[in-house]
Design a protein around this ligand. Structure first.
Ligand SMILES: [Zn+2]
Length: 390
């Protein structure tokens, strides 16, 4: 249903490293026809495929997020087990390293398959004796897998897709006629509830900002209706994100079979605009904290070489000369440079007791606090993201 173009809600600028081949700027828009909010990005599917194959952070997900990842998987299990039964053949499309499949297996599920674009992640499934294939959601299914599954789910994948409609059409090929398609995506209605930093929602990966209505419309146009309750489409996850969990099944009579019959829904546009207006003040406060650190210690070290850092430095490039270097736990990032500055492992900061450290992390801040305590450093810490220890 997504038509490129629409009403512009805000311009996003994220300076991505050149080798990622992903455009650095886009407009967040709402579709003139259905109201669906999405990134009107010039990125191509080839470029995104390349990015997920070569810059996968999901390979390191458990390592970076530790306990949070485990909690998310258990939370997911509690919801999914209301719809998926142990005797079912189950497919996880876009399974990453298989955290959710492994959780299902630990609860006694047996017929499990994972498909993931990142080859290394598929290898991880083998360690747990779970069937796995390296493929994209847009690849034509292997003919042995056609209509094989009672339950096909895709967790935190659809917000990343350039062609969600094409993906649904492909995904349902794996599904038995009476099967359930289960989708699990961030809920844009939650953006103004939590007011987290812009790159948490708008970054080089997130393209679609679904609401329960817009994902229902997408599925309805493909002959599916949601049978799970609204309460499950508006759930708060352990990482404090409003999340849509939605179970769909085929309907015999397709009620809406053309986009001409879709009523434009403004719930997503309203939520996104409210969020953009509220986040402006928060960004101003954060920027003042960074500028104060620069004024006081001349140079700063930024802890976290992720999208929050790229967002801040793209919008405020005069700060860049004051950044001594970045530190990050992610070994993938440690091989990269951003804005001409290197990324080191976190223990590098012990060499520079004189600089202030600006924490630019959007997730798992309590883990970072533990790491700082463990390093035994006395640098002044400016924490941009974690309200609880500001
Ligand atoms: Zn649309």
């Amino acid at each position: 249903m997504v038509v490129r173009g629409g009403q512009v809600l805000r311009h996003i600028n994220l300076n991505t490293p050149g080798k990622w081949q992903i455009p650095i700027e886009y407009d967040v828009v709402s579709c003139d026809k259905c109201g669906m909010t999405f990134a009107d990005t010039p990125v191509t599917d080839e470029a995104l495929g390349w990015y997920y194959r070569n810059c996968s952070k999901y390979e390191n997900y458990a390592q970076i997020n530790g306990e949070t990842a485990g909690k998310e998987d258990e939370f997911f299990y509690d919801v999914i087990s209301k719809y998926a039964k142990k005797n079912m053949r189950i497919l996880d499309m876009g399974c990453a390293t298989g955290g959710k499949l492994i959780t299902l297996k630990s609860h006694g599920f047996k017929n499990l398959t994972g498909i993931e674009i990142d080859t290394n992640s598929v290898l991880n499934l083998k360690k747990y004796a779970i069937e796995g294939y390296a493929a994209s959601i847009f690849d034509e299914p292997d003919k042995d897998l056609l209509e094989k599954y009672d339950f096909v789910y895709s967790s935190m994948v659809f917000e990343h897709l350039l062609y969600p409609n094409k993906a649904v059409k492909n995904l349902v090929k794996y599904l038995k006629p009476a099967g359930t398609l289960f989708l699990f995506v961030p809920n844009a209605l939650g953006f103004p509830i939590y007011d987290r930093e812009i790159p948490n929602y708008f970054n080089q990966e997130h393209i679609n900002y679904f609401t329960p209505n817009s994902i229902d419309t997408l599925m309805m146009l493909n002959g599916f209706e949601r049978y799970s309750p609204d309460a499950d489409a508006n759930m708060e996850s352990p990482s404090m994100e409003l999340t849509i969990f939605a179970a769909y099944r085929r309907v015999n009579a397709i009620r809406i079979n053309s986009e001409h019959h879709v009523i434009r829904d403004i719930s997503g546009e309203k939520a996104v605009l409210k969020y953009f207006s509220e986040i402006k003040d928060k960004e101003k406060r954060e920027l003042e904290m960074v500028r104060k650190a620069v004024d006081e210690s001349g140079q700063i070290v930024i802890w976290g070489a992720g999208s929050l850092m790229r967002h801040i430095l793209s919008e405020e490039p005069d700060i860049i000369p004051h950044v001594k270097y970045f530190v990050d736990n992610d070994s993938v990032k440690q091989r990269m440079e951003f804005f001409g500055k290197k990324v080191y492992p976190i223990n590098k900061v012990k060499e520079n007791p004189e600089v202030d450290i600006v924490i630019c992390i959007m997730i798992a801040p309590t883990t970072i606090k533990e790491q700082i305590d463990k390093l035994g450093i006395n640098n002044k810490i400016i924490n941009l993201a974690a309200e609880e220890w500001r």
